[in-house]
Design a protein around this ligand. Structure first.
Ligand code: ADP
Length: 371
């Protein structure tokens, strides 16, 4: 073939896009042969010498925790770090109950509620000696860092553990009550609200059929978050918040207003608060003081379980991924938090308190829409 013929063939290849696709194929091959690696993480790993980390889930469980566990395990393994799953939170840590995890050990768990690592309350961990022993256990196993997925209590334990042992820790907020100060979101909240809303929707069907008032108690202890969201999303006539003394006349007036407008059924949402059986007291007072009959339904632990929503899975995946990166970057002690629509890092100290405040605009929204 002459030189001019070769050139014209090259040109026609270029015209037809054949040349471009050959180059593209070459690049694709190169990419496929490349080992998966995170360049940022590789660099940081050299600096901070993290070879393995442990993770545990502690305190109250919440749907979506498994997504965070999966993200931690896969991000760590992808960055060449060993990862140990501690069973039953701090109790398992104190017993050295942990297993090295593999990529496949976290397969097919995204859609499962609860936590595959199990959780627990561990009063022993409140003691300095126990935390020191936990540090020794990690050191003996050559584990360099700890990720704690849990609520305020678990974060307080993690903070003390870091202060006393110097072992790097990262906290990931996991609480259906969304009550962790410093983060606008905690894993499990969206699913818990979704579950409660679905339950109230069902209760509303029977309430309407029988022309009844239902008092539905949701979880939240001192946090108003679940009650407020459920109240707005179900069009409840009244929301009883944990921070306020119940004004039974105000509740009754609100119910009467609806009845006089022709409503045949009503819903009162009650945040469980610290006092067990609050809903039954409200029911008794409505009957005694205002001659209003009602039924009580306490939703309880169904709010903790169930298939995690997309929101919980996604935020948990981001938090788990970022937690490993934080360890590699040596930013300790830290927490992954949700702020202004982003998962970011913040000092762990900012997340040690319980969040009991709420935005009054949600009360206004709830009241304004339930006239
Ligand atoms: P959550 O983490 O969901 O708020 P808890 O408050 O029950 O749940 O805390 C979970 C665990 O964290 C406790 O059982 C205990 O082991 C540990 N913990 C809680 N508070 C502290 C604390 N002040 N000091 C040390 N450890 C704590």
């Amino acid at each position: 073939m002459t030189g001019s013929k070769e050139k014209s063939k090259e040109k026609s290849k270029e015209k037809s896009g054949e040349k471009h696709s050959e180059k593209h194929a070459e690049k694709q091959n190169e990419k496929q042969n490349e080992k998966p690696k995170d360049k940022v993480n590789d660099k940081k790993k050299e600096n901070f010498c993290i070879k393995s980390l442990a993770l545990l889930t502690s305190g109250g469980d919440g749907p979506g925790m498994n997504s965070a566990v999966r993200a931690i395990v896969r991000t760590a393994i992808g960055a060449g770090i060993g990862v140990w799953g501690v069973n039953r939170g701090y109790a398992g840590l104190l017993e050295g109950d942990m297993l090295e995890m593999s990529v496949s050990s976290v397969g097919n768990i995204l859609q499962r509620g609860g936590t595959i690592l199990k959780t627990s309350r561990c009063p022993e961990f409140m003691h300095k000696e126990a935390r020191r022993e936990a540090g020794n256990i990690l050191r003996r196993k050559k584990i360099d860092a700890l990720i704690v997925l849990g609520g305020n209590g678990s974060f307080n334990g993690a903070m003390l553990f870091y202060d006393e042992t110097g072992i790097p820790v990262v906290g990931i907020p996991g609480s259906i009550d969304n009550d962790i100060e410093g983060s606008e979101y905690s894993i499990g909240f969206n699913t818990a609200v979704q579950t409660a809303v679905e339950a109230v929707d069902k209760i509303k069907d029977t309430a309407a059929s029988h022309a009844r008032i239902f008092i539905v108690e949701v979880m939240g202890r001192n946090s108003p978050a679940i009650a407020l969201h459920v109240g707005v999303c179900t069009g409840a006539e009244y929301v009883v918040l944990p921070s306020k003394e119940v004004d039974i006349t105000e509740v009754a007036n609100q119910l009467q207003r609806g009845i006089s407008r022709g409503k045949t059924s009503s819903i009162v949402i009650v945040a469980e608060g610290p006092e067990a059986g609050l809903s039954y007291r409200i029911k008794a007072d409505l009957e005694k003081e205002h001659q209003l009959q009602s039924h009580v339904c306490i939703l309880g632990h169904i709010q903790r379980g169930g298939v995690p929503t997309v929101t919980d899975r996604f935020i948990a995946a981001e938090m788990g991924h970022l937690a490993v990166k934080a360890i590699l970057e040596g930013k300790m002690p830290t927490a992954t938090v949700y702020r202004n629509g982003q998962v970011v890092l913040a000092p762990l100290e900012e997340c040690l308190e319980k969040k009991i405040s709420f935005d009054p605009k949600y009360i206004e929204l709830s009241q304004c829409l339930s006239i």
